[in-house]
Design a protein around this ligand. Structure first.
Ligand SMILES: COc1cc(/C=C/C(=O)SCCNC(=O)CCNC(=O)[C@H](O)C(C)(C)COP(=O)(O)OP(=O)(O)OC[C@H]2O[C@@H](n3cnc4c(N)ncnc43)[C@H](O)[C@@H]2OP(=O)(O)O)ccc1O
Ligand code: AKG
Ligand code: FE2
Length: 361
């Protein structure tokens, strides 16, 4: 439990309590706050309303079980990446136990005291590769988001053993390593769809040269209709492999529309989405789609995305094969991937605007 009693949290101290002292929004939720602090009230335009939600469409569900014998699975993956930018996979061969273990580890990490978690905050962490935080970029946001997170950038098992929090380290490493086979299958199919038939070492670095795993915690929220769990954004990854629990609340923007579609939790499924890096490499063929998470008034929710990324030192741009073999005009320029990511992290969530950084004007 937080050391500060509910009655003594002054509203002007909220940011200090949540952000600086490391209690997070979980700390606010735990003390039974009845009214959403004003710092979390989002403008009307950023709240999801029933008028923008559609119920007559849903992202594809792709069964991976017959991968070795059925080339249609690869085609369906490419189709989903073009038309939705999002899909769910089932029978993906990541053991269910690995998924259960990382969910339990997420709860274990966030159940710790603020003092323990805050050892990994931006100011206190002894490494940039481990970061505990809240909202997205509190210093750049006009309204905060109702989410705490732990973000772990993978360098090596040895480094993780030394530096990642023991509450979740082994389970996070296991989820990362067990997801590798399916990540390679997905990338193989997506490259085939671009007429890239071989993933050599240079391509492998570009497509999956770095990985980051985030543990997201969305505590029960007073007045959830006034705020968001995560604001509208697209991921800056190549691909994101997302494990969500059974609560729901992730919404995806339907291509070329203003409608938002719910991503229903399916036991044992993994949600896959195309990130900006793959949209850029495919010269816009695969879509990195805006998505967001609502806050929930009744339940806590967790999710665990693995962001599969280029290497930070890679230059990313439309792949040569796409331009040469397919005879396309590039719509994006070459940018250093770490510059792209820094641009993303230094501003508040702003929908699809990050990609303007790479657009040829
Ligand atoms: C948290 O809520 C989120 C997160 C997301 C994430 C979606 C993704 O797609 S994450 C995948 C990102 N890709 C990578 O991490 C791979 C490439 N990595 C890099 O290039 C570098 O590791 C780096 C991320 C650029 C950091 O390099 P470094 O040299 O350490 O640069 P800094 O100057 O320290 O950081 C730059 C800037 O970013 C902020 N920042 C760094 N890491 C994180 C992080 N894990 N979470 C949040 N912010 C981070 C850092 O504070 C710096 O900002 P300043 O204002 O302090 O200058 C999607 C949705 C969410 O809600
Ligand atoms: O929690 C979720 O379902 C999605 C989170 C997300 O979009 C992210 O962490 O990038
Ligand atoms: Fe995301």
């Amino acid at each position: 439990m937080p050391t500060t009693a509910f009655s003594s949290i002054n509203f002007s101290d909220i940011t200090d309590f949540v952000v600086n002292e490391g209690h997070g929004v979980k700390g606010l939720s735990d003390v039974g706050l009845k009214t959403l602090p004003k710092q979390y009230i989002q403008p009307l335009t950023e709240r999801i309303t029933t008028s923008t939600i559609i119920v007559d469409g849903s992202i594809p569900i792709i069964d991976m079980s017959n991968w070795d014998n059925d080339s249609k699975i690869g085609e369906n993956i490419c189709d989903a990446a073009e038309k939705w930018g999002f899909f769910q996979i089932i029978n993906h061969e990541i053991p269910l136990e690995v998924l259960d273990n990382i969910k339990a580890a997420t709860y274990r990490f966030f159940k710790q005291s603020a003092e323990e978690k805050n050892k990994h905050s931006k100011d206190n962490s002894c490494t940039n590769n481990v970061r505990y935080g809240t909202s997205f970029t509190p210093q750049a946001e006009k309204a905060l988001e109702w989410k705490d997170y732990l973000s772990l950038f993978y360098e090596s098992d040895e480094e993780a053993v030394d530096l990642w929090p023991s509450a979740c380290r082994d389970e996070a490493l296991d989820f990362l390593s067990k997801s590798d086979i399916v990540i390679k299958k997905l990338l193989e199919a997506l490259m085939k769809g671009l007429n890239v038939n071989e993933i050599d070492q240079t391509k492998e670095s570009l497509l999956m040269g770095s990985k980051r795993i985030n543990l997201n915690y969305y505590p029960k929220c007073p007045n959830p209709e006034l705020t968001v769990g995560v604001g509208r954004h697209s991921d800056v990854s190549t691909l994101t492999i997302l494990l969500q629990d059974n609560i729901g609340g992730l919404y995806v923007k339907k291509l070329d529309s203003d409608a938002w579609v719910h991503v229903p939790p399916i036991d044992g499924a993994i949600v896959i989405n195309v990130g900006d890096a793959l949209q850029i490499m495919s010269n816009g063929k695969y879509k990195s789609i805006e998505h967001r998470v609502i806050a929930n008034g009744n339940n806590n929710r967790i999710s665990v995305p693995i962001f599969v990324n280029p290497n930070p030192n890679d230059l990313i741009g439309p792949l040569q094969e796409v331009i040469e073999k397919n005879g396309e005009k590039p719509i994006y320029k070459q940018v250093l991937y770490s510059d792209y990511v820094k641009h993303f992290f230094r501003k508040a969530h702003d929908g699809k605007e990050t990609i303007d950084f790479a657009q040829i004007n």
